[in-house]
Structures are given as C-alpha cells and as structure tokens.
Design a protein around this ligand. Structure first.
Ligand code: GTP
Length: 311
C-alpha cells in the first residue's frame, strides 16, 4: 500500500510551502515522491517548483462537483504508473477552497482502500488571518464554514505564518483551534511550514479511518463553494510592482499568483499575493499570466478594470 498524505488549508495558508518542505526531506532520504495537485483556474502557475517529481494535476477544480471523479482518474493513473515508475509516497494538495472530506472519502472508497494507506490529513492554517476569517464582520459564512471543515477533518494542524503574529494572538488562535479539534489533534506552530518530519509523518490513522457509514453519509452532503471564483488573465505586462499590489488590494482579492513582466525594471517576476501581502521573486522569461481568486468576484468588472488600470 502506498502511504498518502493529504494537505489542506485555506487559500494562501502555506500548503505548497509545506509540500515543498516534505518533498525535500523525503528526497534526502532517497524516497521517490508522487504529487497530486488540485488547482483553481485552468493553469498551474507553480509547476516550475516541481520539476523532478511526477505530478498529476487536477486543473480547474470545481471542488465539490468534479473533484471526486477527477481524483479517481488521477489515482488510477498513479496506480498504473506505479508498475513502471514506482513511488514511495504520495502527497495530495487540495485547492485552498477544497473540502478535504471529499478527498478522504475517495481514498477510503472500495476502489482505493487496498491500494493506498491514508496516513495523515495535514491542515494548514494561516495564523495571521485566522481570526479575521472567523469574524462575522470581515468574512462570509461560506468562508467560515469551509475553514471549519478543513480544520475539523485534519489529523494534524500546522498553524503557519507564526512570524507574522504576536505570541498573544498565536495563543488565541491555538485555543480556538483546540476547541474545534479537541486535544487529540496536535496543533503545531510553524514558520514557512518548517516542522520535523517525525511530527509530519507520525502515523495518525486512528483518527483518519472513521467508519465506512460515516464516510458514506458525508459523501452525500454537498458542500458548495461556488461563490469563490478563479479568473485567469494572460500576457501580463505591468508598469511597476506597486501598481499590481495596489490594484489587488483595491479589489479585495483573497489570493493571486502568477508570472508577470515589470516594464520599469525590465524583469520577469513570480508573484504570490496572499493575506493582503505580495511576495516577489525574480524569474526567467516565461509566458506571463495571473490567476485571481476571490469571494463573489465580478468577473466582467475585474476583466474591464484590469484592462484599463493594469495592463
Ligand atoms: N511570512 C510568511 N509567509 C509565508 C509563510 N508560509 C508561506 N508564506 C508565503 O505565503 C504565500 C502563500 O504560500 P503557499 O505555500 O503558496 O500557499 P498555498 O496554501 O499553497 O496557496 P494556494 O495555492 O492559494 O492554495 C507565499 O508567498 C509564501 O511564500 C510563513 O510562515 N510566513
């Protein structure tokens, strides 16, 4: 049976960061890692990060309606590929708006239960935005419910971005999370997802393998998160980095990522915008594009505004 680790968490919480950390550690141990990535939007802008791994992508994941079918196909492909190209461990990263219960129930279904061993459901929480996302004043009911689902289905919680919060706030987030998951689930504060592999890979299936009746019942609850949209803009040339940051903030986007060309500097950048902060890394020449993700986006208006003010 192939060990599987599922990484879930809200948009921009640090899932990919944790994933890269785990891959690096496993590679150092000589293990071969397979990855299934589920991206919102029909393009995986982070593909360049996984040059050496075998990736199975579920693009344009409209989570609740299609993920299970797509995931089944990807898992079947993975099993077929195992014969030629054996992998020691499989990592699955959901989109920031996926409900991990759907991933869990697929892995525990009759088709796969003998092939995969679900070792842990790792939930990543952004400590610097948790309280805001839980507040009735600053987030929608949908986002609050989704976060709760992501948290309550985890068997290990990483409270990431510890560097951005005070000890007091960290403690507050910790207590709130403990109320949801109880004392059995370890809650570990992290910065850039750094945590020892012993903690990450500790077997936690007592809590993972819940009864088949429960899986069945949960399977039939449909969780719709259709208000969260992804929009792709291609051929992105910008005057300055600042102009994009201001534009993203003005439109209250939850998340943006992509590769853009900055005219003022004559350089290409990989940009990651999460929790109202942008991070820039210079990159090689590439096709430019931006994926924008937000709650109840007005797609037409955004396209028009981007065309006038941005590009
Ligand atoms: N300050 C700080 N930034 C972090 C930390 N962890 C991740 N980041 C940054 O936060 C941004 C989002 O991180 P990702 O790992 O891409 O988040 P994700 O959960 O995969 O995001 P989605 O693809 O939207 O689901 C990136 O710019 C990271 O470099 C952290 O602990 N502290």
């Amino acid at each position: 049976m192939i060990p599987v680790y599922v990484i879930s968490g809200f948009l921009g919480s640090g899932k990919t960061t944790v994933l890269l950390h785990m891959i690096k550690e496993w590679k150092e141990q000589g293990k071969k890692v397979g990855i299934i990535l589920n991206e919102l939007g029909d393009e995986n802008v982070e593909k360049h990060l996984f040059k050496e791994e075998t990736i199975y992508e579920l693009l344009n994941g409209c989570i609740c309606c299609s993920i299970q079918e797509d995931l089944k196909t990807a898992l079947q492909q993975f099993i077929t590929e195992q014969e030629k190209n054996p992998t020691d461990v499989l990592l699955i990263e959901g989109t920031g708006v996926a409900n991990p219960i759907e991933i869990k129930s697929t892995l525990l279904s009759a088709d796969f239960i003998d092939q995969f061993q679900l070792c842990s459901m790792i939930g990543v929480v952004d400590a610097s935005h948790y309280l805001e996302y839980q507040s009735v004043f600053s987030s929608s009911k949908e986002i609050r419910e989704l976060l709760r689902e992501q948290i309550s289905s985890s068997t290990l919680l990483l409270v990431n971005k510890k560097d951005l919060v005070s000890e007091r706030e960290n403690q507050k987030v910790f207590s709130k999370l403990e109320k949801i998951v109880g004392e059995e689930v370890a809650i570990i504060p992290t910065t850039f997802g750094k945590v020892s592999m012993d903690i990450l890979t500790k077997e936690r299936h007592q809590t993972v393998s819940f009864s088949s009746a429960e899986v069945h019942e949960k399977d039939h609850v449909h969780h719709h998160h259709h208000h969260i949209h992804a929009l792709k803009i291609t051929e992105v040339t910008l005057k300055s980095r600042k102009s994009l940051e201001q534009w993203l903030k003005r439109h209250s986007l939850l998340r943006a990522k992509g590769i853009v060309f900055i005219e003022d500097e004559n350089k290409y950048y990989d940009v990651q915008f999460a929790a109202n902060k942008a991070r820039w890394h210079e990159t090689e020449k590439a096709d430019t594009l931006l994926i924008l993700i937000g709650d109840s986006l007005n797609v037409t208006e955004l396209h028009e505004s981007a065309a006038i003010q941005l590009i």
